[in-house]
Design a protein around this ligand. Sequence first.
Ligand SMILES: Cc1cc2nc3c(=O)[nH]c(=O)nc-3n(C[C@H](O)[C@H](O)[C@H](O)COP(=O)(O)O)c2cc1C
Length: 226
Amino acid sequence: MQQNLTRRNFLAATGAAALAATATTGSTAEPGGAKTLKILGVSCSPRQGMTTAKAVQAALDAAKSVDGRIRVELIDLGGLSIAGWSPKPPKDDFDAILPRLQDSAVAGLIIGSPSYFRSLSALCKAFIERCAPLREPKMLLDGKPVGVVATGAFRNGGQELVIEQVQAAMLCFGMIPVGGRPPAFQGGTVLSRKDDLSGDDLGLSTARNTGLRVADLALRLARKEA
Ligand SMILES: Cc1cc2nc3c(=O)[nH]c(=O)nc-3n(C[C@H](O)[C@H](O)[C@H](O)COP(=O)(O)O)c2cc1C
C-alpha cells in the first residue's frame, strides 16, 4: 500500500513536472500583468517584400486587430540563404531566425509560400526542415495554431495544394492547422497579377480571415491556460 502510495505520489510529481516542462504557453507577462501573444508570420518567397510577404503582412495586420495582447512580427525569408536539413547543418541565415521561433511568447504562426509548379517553394520546404530543433528535445510549437497563405499567378494555380502541404508538415510539430472564416475554408488563397495583389479583394480577405482565425485560437488557448 505504502509502496503504491509512494508510486502514485511519484507519478503525480513527475507528471506535474513533465507538464510544466512541456507547457507551451506561447505568452509572456508584460509589466502590467497582461500576457503578450506573439504571432509570427514567415514569408517563404525568395523575392523579398513581394506578394507573398504582402499577403502574410495582411494576415498579420488582421491578427493584430483582434486583441491588444497580440503582437505580430514578419520574418521575410526573401533574399536569405537557407539550406534544407542535413546531418551537419551549414552555417547560414537560419541561425539568426531560430531564436525568434524559440521565443516562449510565440503563440501562433502564419506561413506564406508562393505556388511553384503547384507546390510549396523550395525555400519554404528548407525552412520547415530546418525547424527540426523546434521538435526536439521539446515540442515548442505543440498545440499552437498555424495558418497558411499561398500566392499564385493563376486563379487555380495550386494555392490550396500549397496550403495543404504546409499544414501537413506543421502537423509534425504538433501545431493545429486552421483555415479562415468563410470563404477562406483552407487558408489564404491569393492571386498575384503581375506582382500586384490590389485587384484581388477576395484573395486578400482570405489572408485576413486566416490571420483572424490564428489570433482567435491563440487567445482562446491562452485563456484556457490562465
Ligand atoms: C518557378 C515558378 C513556378 C511557378 N508556378 C506557379 C504555379 O504553379 N501556379 C501559380 O499560380 N503561379 C506560379 N508561379 C507564380 C508565383 O506563384 C507568383 O508569381 C507568386 O505570387 C510569387 O510570389 P512573390 O511575389 O512573393 O515572389 C510560379 C512562379 C515561379 C517563379
